[in-house]
Design a protein around this ligand. Structure first.
Ligand code: SF4
Ligand code: SF4
Ligand code: SF4
Length: 582
C-alpha cells in the first residue's frame, strides 16, 4: 500500500484528491484549471510575489497566493470568482502603471506573459497614474540588454542565475519603490562575472531582458557590394527555429532554413556542423594523446562559451583541464577566412562571417582574444535563433511556404556526429565514435552511446577504448558543472573525459532559443523534444562519424597537414585566461 498521504478538497466545486504538500496551483492543474502566474517557477522561484495567482479559500479573510499555499483536508477553493478576477486585474494594472509600455516595438511583443495576461483580463494600462521608477537607461552588454523599465520584479531571472546556473550575479537592490534587479551595487552586467548564458532571458516574462541584436550589422554587410557574406548555423537552431513560425516543438526545419538564408541575401551557406566535425577530429586526437602519452586529465570540452567563462571566473585553477580546441563556431569562421579564402583567391578582409546560434554567449565568444586569423575576427556577427526568425519575418518571407533548400560545399558538409552536438551528451558521443575507431583501428558495430544521452544533469559511463577503460562524465547546466568542478578540485573525480554544456539540456535550450512561456516550460518536455529532432536526423544520415566527413579530411590533406599539427594548432586552437570576479 502506498504511504503517500492524500488530501481531499474541492476546487471550483470539483472534488480533487492530491498528495499532501501539493499547492493549490498544482492541484488545480490536475483537474484542468490553469491559474495564471508571473513570478512562479516550480521549485526555483516559489515566492508568491506577483499576486497574480491569487484564489479564494473558504474561511480565509484574504485571497491567497495559490503557488505557495498548500492544500488541506476539506478545503474549498474558488479560482474564478468576480473577487479573484478583480484582484488579478488590479494587480496587473498596478504593474502596468510603472511600466514602459511600448508593446508595438518591444522585443517581446506577442510573446510577453504580462501583455497576454493584461489582454486576457481586459486591463486598462493607464488606470493608475503617478510617479514612475527611474529605470533608464538600459544596461547594454555585448550579448544582452537589461531594460529595467520593463521589469516587473518577478525575480525569475535572479532564481535561474542563482539556483540553476549558480552564478548569482544579479539580485534585488534597494527597497520599496526603488527596488531594481541588477548586479551588486547596481553595476553593469559587463563589469560582473556574468557568464553570458542568457538563461535569464529565457525565463523573463516580459521584454526586460533580450539579446543585444546584431541584425542591423548583418543587413549592412549584405548590402555592401564589397563584402562576401557567409552564414553558418549551429545544429540546435534547426531544431527550434520552426517554433517561431508555429511548428510543433521538436520539428527540424533545416531545409526551409537554408532557403530562407539564401533569400535573405547571404552569398554562401555553410554549416557550423562542419566545424563540429572538425572539432571532434582535433579534440579526439587531443584526448588520445593525453590518454596515451600523458597530459592533464580529465580533459574537459571547451565548445560551450558560457561554460568557458564560468571556468575562467570561478575555477581558473582548472583551466589546464580544458581542451585547447576552439568551438565549432570559431573553427568554422577560422577556416572560412583561411582555407576557403585562399582556395578561392578571396581577400579575407572582404569576407563577413555570420553565425546563427542558439546562444547569447556566442556573441561574447567571437570577441575573445585568440579568436582571430591574420588580424581578422573568425566570426563577425552572431544572430540568435530568435534574431534569425525576426529577420525572416521582417523580410516578408513566408517561412512555412518555403521549399526545402540546399547548403553550399565544401564547408557545408557534415555528419550525424556534428548534428548531435546540439544536445547534452552529443559532443561526448561524437568524440567517442571517432576516438574508439582511431585507437582500435576497427569499425564500430554500434554508433549509439545511449548512456550519455538524455536530460539528466550529470551522466556517467565507462567505455572501452582499445585497451583502456575510459570513464566519462557529461554535465549540463552550471549547477551540475559546479559539482564536477568541485570533485576535480578535491581530487575525487576519476574520469578521463568530461563534456560540459553551460545550459540545462545543452544548446537546444540555449539563451538565444525561441521563448516558451512559463506554463509550457513547466509542463512540456521541450528539451527532449528538441534533442530528439537532432538524434532523428543523425539516425537518418549515411555518414555519422566525423572522420567520415570527406570535406573535413580534405582540409587536412590539402591545407592543415597533420591532425593536431602546427598549422591546425595555429588556426583551430585557442587559449584561456583566469578572470577576476570583481
Ligand atoms: S514587456 Fe510586454 S507589456 Fe511591456 S512593452 Fe514589452 S510586450 Fe508590452
Ligand atoms: S546571462 Fe546567465 S550569468 Fe548572466 S545574469 Fe543572465 S543567467 Fe546570470
Ligand atoms: S528582468 Fe524579467 S525575469 Fe528578471 S525580475 Fe524583471 S521581469 Fe522578472
Amino acid at each position: 500500500m502506498s504511504d503517500i498521504k492524500m488530501v481531499n478538497l474541492k476546487i471550483d466545486g470539483i472534488d480533487v484528491s492530491v498528495p499532501a504538500g501539493t499547492t493549490i496551483l498544482e492541484a488545480a492543474k490536475t483537474i484542468g484549471i490553469k491559474i495564471p502566474t508571473l513570478c512562479y517557477m516550480k521549485e526555483i522561484n516559489e515566492i508568491g510575489a506577483c499576486r497574480v495567482c491569487v484564489v479564494e479559500v473558504k474561511g480565509a479573510r484574504t485571497l491567497v497566493a495559490s503557488c505557495v499555499f498548500p492544500v488541506s483536508e476539506g478545503m474549498e477553493v474558488t479560482t474564478n470568482s468576480e473577487r479573484v478576477y478583480n484582484a488579478r486585474k488590479t494587480t496587473l494594472e498596478l504593474m502596468l502603471s510603472d511600466h514602459k509600455k511600448d508593446c508595438l516595438s518591444c522585443e517581446r511583443n506577442l510573446k510577453c506573459e504580462l501583455q497576454a495576461l493584461s489582454n486576457e483580463y481586459g486591463c486598462n494600462a493607464y488606470r493608475f497614474r503617478g510617479a514612475t521608477s527611474k529605470n533608464e537607461p538600459a544596461d547594454v552588454t555585448d550579448y544582452l540588454v537589461r531594460d529595467n523599465a520593463k521589469c516587473i520584479l518577478c525575480r525569475r531571472c535572479v532564481a535561474v542565475c542563482n539556483k540553476v546556473q549558480t552564478v548569482a550575479v544579479i539580485g534585488a537592490n534597494e527597497r520599496g519603490f526603488k527596488t531594481n534587479v541588477s548586479p551588486a551595487f547596481e553595476e553593469s552586467l559587463a563589469a560582473s562575472p556574468c557568464v553570458a548564458c542568457g538563461q535569464c532571458i529565457n525565463v523573463c516574462p516580459t521584454g526586460a531582458l533580450h539579446e543585444k541584436s546584431e541584425i542591423d550589422n548583418v543587413k549592412k554587410a549584405i548590402a555592401d557590394p564589397e563584402k562576401i557574406v557567409v552564414v553558418a548555423s549551429a545544429p540546435a537552431v534547426r531544431a527550434a527555429l520552426g517554433e517561431e513560425f508555429g511548428y510543433p516543438i521538436g520539428t527540424n526545419v533545416e531545409g526551409k532554413m537554408f532557403t530562407a538564408l539564401r533569400r535573405l541575401g547571404f552569398d554562401k551557406i555553410f554549416d557550423v556542423n562542419f566545424g563540429a566535425d572538425m572539432t571532434i577530429i582535433e579534440e579526439s586526437h587531443e584526448l588520445v594523446e593525453r590518454l596515451t602519452k600523458g597530459g592533464v586529465l580529465p580533459m574537459i570540452t571547451s565548445c560551450s562559451p558560457g561554460w568557458v567563462r564560468y571556468m575562467e571566473f570561478y575555477y581558473p585553477d582548472l583551466i589546464p583541464h580544458f581542451s585547447t580546441c576552439k568551438s565549432p563556431q570559431q573553427m568554422t569562421g577560422a577556416l572560412i577566412k583561411t582555407y576557403w579564402a585562399e582556395k578561392n583567391g578571396i581577400d579575407p578582409k572582404n569576407i563577413y562571417v555570420v553565425s546563427v546560434m542558439p546562444c547569447t554567449a556566442k556573441k561574447a565568444e567571437k570577441l575573445r582574444d585568440n579568436e582571430q586569423e591574420n588580424g581578422y575576427p573568425d566570426v563577425d556577427a552572431v544572430l540568435t535563433t530568435r534574431e534569425l526568425a525576426k529577420f525572416i519575418k521582417e523580410k516578408g518571407l513566408m517561412f512555412n511556404e518555403l521549399p526545402d533548400g540546399t547548403i553550399d560545399n565544401p564547408l557545408g558538409e557534415f555528419t550525424g556526429a556534428g548534428v548531435i552536438f546540439g544536445a547534452s551528451g552529443g559532443v561526448m558521443e561524437a568524440a567517442l565514435r571517432t576516438a574508439v575507431e582511431k585507437v582500435t583501428g576497427k569499425t564500430l558495430d554500434k554508433l549509439d552511446f545511449t548512456e550519455v544521452r538524455g536530460m539528466e544533469g550529470i551522466k556517467e559511463a565507462t567505455y572501452k577504448v582499445g585497451d583502456l577503460n575510459v570513464k566519462v562524465a557529461v554535465a549540463n547546466g552550471l549547477k551540475n558543472a559546479k559539482i564536477i568542478c568541485d570533485l576535480i578540485r578535491e581530487g575525487k573525480a576519476d574520469y578521463q573525459f568530461i563534456e560540459i554544456m553551460c545550459c540545462p539540456g545543452g544548446c537546444i535550450n540555449g539563451g538565444g532559443q525561441p521563448i516558451l512561456d512559463a506554463y509550457t516550460r513547466r509542463n512540456v518536455d521541450y528539451k527532449s523534444l528538441r534533442a530528439n529532432a537532432l538524434y532523428s536526423e543523425d539516425a537518418k544520415l549515411k555518414l555519422r562519424k566525423s572522420h567520415d566527413n570527406k570535406a573535413v579530411m580534405e582540409v587536412y590533406e590539402t591545407y592543415l597537414g597533420e591532425v593536431g599539427g602546427h598549422k591546425a594548432h595555429e588556426i583551430l586552437h585557442t587559449k584561456y585566461v583566469a578572470r577576476k570576479k570583481y
